[in-house]
Design a protein around this ligand. Structure first.
Ligand code: CMC
Length: 425
């Protein structure tokens, strides 16, 4: 193990350097405060490894993403989402028998307790489906006990029921009756049918949508210590139950800088389109930082070259539009903006490239999924990643401590709180 040296206040401190399996190195500062009285300051944790993890590897400089060692382009084009759930959570690809068993259990648990349907009645028609998802997933903990014996089943339950919860949220928003799951269908087809079938008509999920959705789910399945996954670990570190931790992660994902960006991208493209398609003026505004406006779907904390997921999604978007014989002017607009931004000094200098959210919304839109549901689609994909991290932390042979960062206090120093008598307000 190599060492790093810190010299401070005339003293020298030896800090061990930890190395990961792909050569990433980190200075272990766990005892720094105890030994030197110092803490580290890293707002937004851009330079902090909050844990050791064996689930997902990202090399942001090279645009590399691996799930359990497998490159994302191979997984996204060769696997089914169910297999990826297994791979992420249990660490290895399932054998055909294990996969069949896993799939059967996932399918068996897709139904919601009938009492949960009543919760949907209380929401106003315009309720955002992310709020419904967070509340519904937390509510699962009122139906299923948080015991060691039930944990394995609870993992399956939340993976299986989440798509039913999401489709019901959509049906509620348009005032249509709920469509129950059909267990002979694949994960994506089952979901799309619950979204778009109506009792009065037959509905067959177009194969191209099923395939696209499978890929979208896989591409979103994990992304190491992002905001929502870190939330999952943080809440889990207090020993909150699985459903409660996922509910918190859903809220973490909601914001436009994270999973909410897919909704924000479409809204941004629609606004530019409505203003006559003048993206140059919009980009000027972005570059001047006017009103804090950003080019949504661009930039990433880790990727500084390209986001491999965005590359796959751009190809997927083209394939879908061609196969379905549809044309969406927003796709053309997005491509023009991408081309323009990639040759602009502002974006080049800051290493800003399209991320996974730049094209995902355009594909969801083509499938008929409403904009407000986009971030829910992200939830459905990210669930196995969240669960894998929660389990990894829980089963860490070295144990884990409650997440409790330090701070550098900058407020008022000690002052007297004067007694003003016994005035009651
Ligand atoms: N448009 C314009 N400028 C940007 C953008 C953008 N999308 N993203 C970053 N910048 C600028 C930022 O203003 C700053 O410039 P300066 O140095 O002059 O102050 C510089 O680039 C660095 O930005 P940062 O905010 O320090 O970068 P970060 O690593 O903290 O933020 C990000 C990463 C993803 C939050 C940010 O790039 C962003 O807000 N992007 C738009 C939202 C988005 O698409 N989010 C989805 C991320 S991918 C899906 C997911 O996993 O959530």
């Amino acid at each position: 193990m190599s060492q790093a040296r810190l010299i401070y206040g005339g003293k020298e401190y030896e800090l061990s350097v930890v190395e990961g399996s792909e050569g990433e190195k980190g200075v272990d500062i766990q005892n720094l405060r105890r030994d030197s009285g110092l803490v580290t300051l890293d707002p937004g944790y851009g330079n902090t490894a909050s844990c050791e993890s064996a689930i997902t590897f990202i090399d942001g400089e090279k645009g590399i993403l691996h799930y359990r060692g497998y490159p994302i382009d191979q997984v996204a084009t060769r696997a089914r989402f169910t297999e990826v759930c297994y791979l992420l959570i249990y660490g290895e690809r399932p054998t055909p028998e294990q996969l069949a068993d896993f799939r059967a259990r996932m399918t068996k648990h897709t139904l919601l307790h009938e009492d949960m349907k009543k919760f949907y009645e209380g929401y106003p028609p315009g309720a955002h489906p992310m709020a419904i998802m967070a509340a519904m997933v937390a509510s699962l903990s009122t139906f299923y006990p948080d015991t060691e014996e039930e944990l394995e089943r609870n993992i399956i339950r939340v993976l299986a029921k989440s798509k039913t919860l999401a489709a019901f949220a959509f049906k509620k928003s348009i005032g249509h009756p709920f469509i129950y799951p059909r267990n002979d269908l694949s994960w994506p087809a089952n979901f799309l049918r619950m979204m778009f079938a109506v009792p009065a008509e037959d509905y067959e999920v177009p194969k191209v949508y099923e395939e696209a959705m499978n890929m979208l789910l896989i591409l979103h399945a994990d992304h190491e210590q992002n905001c929502s996954t870190s939330t999952m670990r943080m809440v889990g570190s207090s020993e909150a139950n699985l459903f409660a931790s996922i509910s918190a992660a859903i809220c973490g994902l909601w914001g436009p800088r994270h999973g909410g960006a897919n909704q924000a991208v479409i809204e941004m493209l629609e606004q530019i389109q409505a203003a006559g398609g003048d993206y140059e003026t919009f980009l000027d505004k972005v570059k001047k930082g006017e009103d804090g406006v950003r080019l949504m779907g661009f930039g990433h904390r880790v990727y500084k070259n390209f986001d491999p997921r965005a590359k796959l999604l751009k190809e997927q978007a083209d394939a879908i539009f061609e196969k379905m014989g549809i044309h969406d002017p927003l796709l053309d607009l997005a491509k023009r903006i991408e081309e323009r931004a990639l040759s602009d000094e502002y974006f080049i200098k800051r290493k800003l490239y399209p991320n996974v959210d730049f094209y995902s919304g355009i594909i969801y839109r083509a499938m008929g999924i409403p904009t407000e549901m986009f971030t829910v689609m992200f939830v459905l994909g990210r669930l196995p990643g969240w669960i894998a991290h929660w389990m990894e932390q829980r089963n860490d042979p070295k144990g884990y401590r409650i997440h409790r960062p330090r701070q550098i206090y900058t407020g008022a120093t000690l002052r007297e709180f004067e007694d003003r008598g016994t005035l009651l307000l």
